[in-house]
Design a protein around this ligand. Sequence first.
Ligand code: FES
Length: 90
Amino acid sequence: MTGTELGFELDGEPIAFRAGQSVGAALVASGRLSWRTTRVEGRPRGIFCGIGICFDCLVVVDGRPNQRACLVAARDGMRVATQTGTGWTP
Ligand code: FES
């Protein structure tokens, strides 16, 4: 991520994106299909509806859990993390 490239981090790994993409779109474009696990059974989830209804795409954005990746606009330098369960730590 140098020069005019736009990028954010997912668990410390660089993810490039185009202006106007959502975090979810950038993750799918990078080849990732899942980035969170369900609360009870730990099953993998990623984009499902793509329009903010199903909540399958939750991620932690700049320390804030439960952000819908399909709705959050990607911003240069943001820190995104995969989410486990509720995303809150006791
Ligand atoms: S994919 Fe359904 S809320 Fe994001």
